[in-house]
Write a protein that binds this ligand. Structure first.
Ligand SMILES: *[C@@H]1O[C@H](CO)[C@@H](O)[C@H](O)[C@H]1NC(C)=O
Ligand SMILES: *[C@@H]1O[C@H](CO)[C@@H](O)[C@H](O)[C@H]1NC(C)=O
Length: 709
């Protein structure tokens, strides 16, 4: 009887605040070669293979009244309004006209990896270095994201309890890269965050547990840029967030489950990371008379040999040995993974209770009134970028090499550069003190340069609120937004609300600093598109829709951004044809493996290859590491999405259609992923393009080799 009662109590407790939840994960890697990476906007940072595959991780949460939200964290640079449009179309195709997903209840948030393919935003500004729009990237992202959402939609299960944890600080994993700007914020406001300093250290977590107590999913937010891999990296990677997800999912799903194939989904989502760097060694001069010393504090410059202040020599390295970026990625990822696992197991016990809701609005940001604290009216301005935007940050040199001017080597830049307009007196005054470098808001040729209308939204799961914002809020901008909305919620009767910011969501507008930080015009401020009151506008409008959510009123909205698909220009050349040298076949081994390898060695093999763009192999792989079973059969142990493998491709221009595919398998990394002794082989899977335009699949495998630990 007693046991029965206990059981009853447990069941009641479990069901009292249960939600219907579905989760899904899908591959969205995109073109593995010949496409520029999104983030640093360095023209020659062009993909040449895969270190890790990119995934979309979707969470569908539904309450008893069938009110639902879909939150998706993607291993991608950022959100994109065109991406949402195309994903929604895809969902309608799959679910019929009355698809229950819309702009209102869908949020797609980028982790901000700087090592994924570019070309999935519809605005000129984000397409310079990718030579325009890249349909191959867009198609893969749409496919991966909609697949993840549909998987979540179809897997919705009853009786999932959601719990949260907040206040768990992760140290030694982020630094502020514009600390001099942070110091401009009011002393009293900074004092509120004395225990954390100039970056947020809290990892905020949602934990999803099934009705039988089983692990369903984890979702967390911790502020740090996806810039461990620097702008010399050419292999697709989810950077620190992608690796942290990989490690967490592997731990729960088991090392024998291939990456992205397990049931349990763990996203490390982005938040107010605007001024937050993972390169924890801090900015140092890497050449010149002050080599080895810290850079100038306010300008992040170093003297060159002629005594001039230059930004190129000043950058930060991560915690890896001698700044090794792969090692740094692993350290920052592992820090987040370990911290998250500890929270997941022990701290995420506060129950989320109450309804699921949302409000969404589009904001025309060109000329909005913002009521300031003293009651006067400020205005937002048509978008523009200031001079220090071109200087870049201490995580990597300049975003765009504008000094090249119109005679630059970029055909895309040559086409569009003539369209830049001169700002009016009014615009100059509105953006002041930002000196305008690019007056992007007034140019619509060949099509819009950056978004004029942007989405913001709020998602509610009980007392947990997700603020979806279309850019990178700095640390204090995020704190100010969270504090303000928390107050609005408390005033509206919500008890102990928990508020998080989902950064880089649904479109991209660069940075959002506080008004005070804006005055210093460092990189983040120069990249705050709509002027000094940008943050004020977002806080005001977020307050409006949060109040609508609480009162049950609909939110008014400006009209949605245009679909510019038809206008897009692209200069990414197509794959013409693949050739192989006389006497060889596609997939033939070029450099074979050794006979045997010991524990810490790297196994490598190369093959006569073909362009990986011919078939992206979504949800599949370009390589397999296969182990010989008892009966002589080959069992796939690792694939190209694994951290212990690298797929590299060399070909294209100057190679006359011939190419080489190489595979590396790092045994010391594999040891952490369940490596067993035995006989192995490496296989490569490719697709060649014939001169006729037809495609043909092929496979090649290395000789067998022994792994002895
Ligand atoms: C990128 O990282 C590598 C080490 O992995 C380092 O040699 C190089 O200097 C770094 N470059 C920049 C611009 O940070
Ligand atoms: C671009 O052209 C101008 C004049 O046409 C010339 O003075 C300048 O050196 C050129 N710049 C480069 C980088 O070629």
């Amino acid at each position: 009887m007693y046991q029965f009662l206990t059981l009853l109590v447990v069941l009641l407790a479990a069901n009292a605040h249960a939600y219907k939840v579905g989760v899904g994960s899908a591959d969205m890697t995109g073109p593995a070669a010949q496409v520029n990476f999104m983030g640093y906007a360095v023209p020659n940072q062009i993909g040449r293979g895969i270190h890790m595959r990119l995934h979309a991780r979707a969470y569908v949460v539904v309450d008893d009244d069938d009110s639902r939200i879909a939150f998706v964290s993607i291993d991608g640079g950022m959100g994109s309004d065109l991406l949402n449009l195309k994903v929604l179309n895809k969902l309608s195709e799959a679910l019929g006209d009355d698809s229950i997903y819309s702009y209102d209840n869908l949020a797609i948030s980028g982790t901000h990896t700087h090592s994924g393919p570019a070309g999935f935003l519809q605005y000129v500004l984000y397409q310079f270095t990718s030579l325009g729009y890249v349909e191959e990237t867009m198609d893969a992202f749409v496919e991966g994201i909609s697949t993840a959402i549909l998987e979540a939609h179809n897997n919705v299960q009853e009786g999932v309890s959601i719990s949260y944890a907040t206040g768990n600080k992760l140290l030694d994993s982020n630094i502020n890269r514009s600390p001099s700007s942070y110091l401009l914020n009011p002393e009293a406001e900074r004092a509120l965050y004395e225990d954390e300093g100039d970056t947020d250290k809290n990892m905020l977590m949602l934990k999803f547990t099934g009705s039988d107590g089983e692990d369903v999913a984890m979702l967390n937010w911790f502020a740090v840029h996806g810039t461990c891999m620097n702008n010399t990296n050419k292999l697709i990677s989810g950077d620190n967030k992608g690796l942290a997800s990989y490690l967490f999912e592997r731990e729960i799903n088991g090392a024998d489950v291939l990456p992205g194939k397990g049931k349990f989904v763990a996203a490390f989502a982005s938040t107010n990371l605007g001024d937050v760097s993972p390169n924890t060694q801090g900015p140092i001069c890497h050449s010149g008379p002050n080599e080895g010393q810290p850079c100038d504090f306010t300008s992040s410059t170093c003297k060159d040999d002629k005594g001039k202040d230059k930004n190129e020599a000043c950058y930060s390295l991560g915690p890896g040995t001698n700044g090794n970026m792969v090692e740094s990625t692993k350290i920052i990822a592992t820090n987040q993974f370990n911290h998250a696992m500890e929270i997941y197991k022990n701290q995420a016990v506060n129950k989320v209770e109450g309804k699921v809701g949302y409000r969404h609005t589009f904001l025309d940001m060109r000329n909005r009134d913002v009521v300031l604290e003293d009651g006067s009216i400020g205005k937002t301005c048509p978008a523009s970028l200031g001079y220090s935007f071109a200087a870049g940050t201490t995580d990597g040199p300049g975003m765009f090499d504008f000094t090249q001017g119109t005679n630059s080597s970029s055909p895309f830049w040559n086409v569009v550069s003539g369209f830049i307009s001169k700002p009016t007196e009014e615009e100059i005054a509105c953006q002041s003190p930002k000196p305008i470098l690019l007056n992007t808001g007034d140019v619509e040729k060949p099509y819009e340069w950056d978004p004029a209308t942007v989405p913001i939204s709020v998602f509610q799961i009980g007392q947990f609120f997700i603020l979806n914002v279309p850019g990178e809020l700095t640390t204090m901008a995020g704190r100010r937004m969270r504090a303000h909305i928390t107050k609005v919620l408390e005033d509206g009767g919500v008890v102990d609300p928990v508020v998080t910011i989902a950064g880089l969501t649904n479109t991209y507008t660069h940075y959002i600093t506080t008004f005070e930080e804006y005055q210093a015009q460092r990189y983040e401020a120069a990249s705050t598109l709509y002027g000094p009151h940008t943050l004020g506008a977002y806080m005001q409008e977020m307050e409006r829709i949060v109040k609508d959510l609480l009162s049950g009123d609909e939110s008014s909205t400006d009209s949605q951004p245009e679909d510019l698909t038809e206008a897009q220009i692209s200069f990414v050349p197509p794959v013409i044809v693949d050739f192989v040298g006389i006497g060889s076949k596609f997939g033939d081994v070029k450099d074979d493996v050794e006979k045997s390898y010991g524990a810490d060695e790297v196994v490598s093999a190369s093959f006569h290859g073909a362009n990986p763009r011919n078939n992206q192999r979504l949800e599949d792989t370009f390589l397999s590491i296969e182990k010989k079973g008892e009966g002589g059969e080959w069992v796939v142990k690792y694939v190209d999405g694994d951290w212990c493998t690298k797929f590299m491709w060399e070909g294209g221009v100057g190679h006359a259609g011939q190419s080489t595919a190489s595979v590396e398998w790092d045994l010391s990394e594999a040891k952490e992923a369940g490596l067993e002794e035995g006989d192995y082989r490496i296989c490569y899977f490719g697709t060649r393009k014939h001169a006729t335009g037809n495609f043909e699949e092929f496979t090649g495998c290395s000789s067998e080799f022994a792994v002895e630990l």
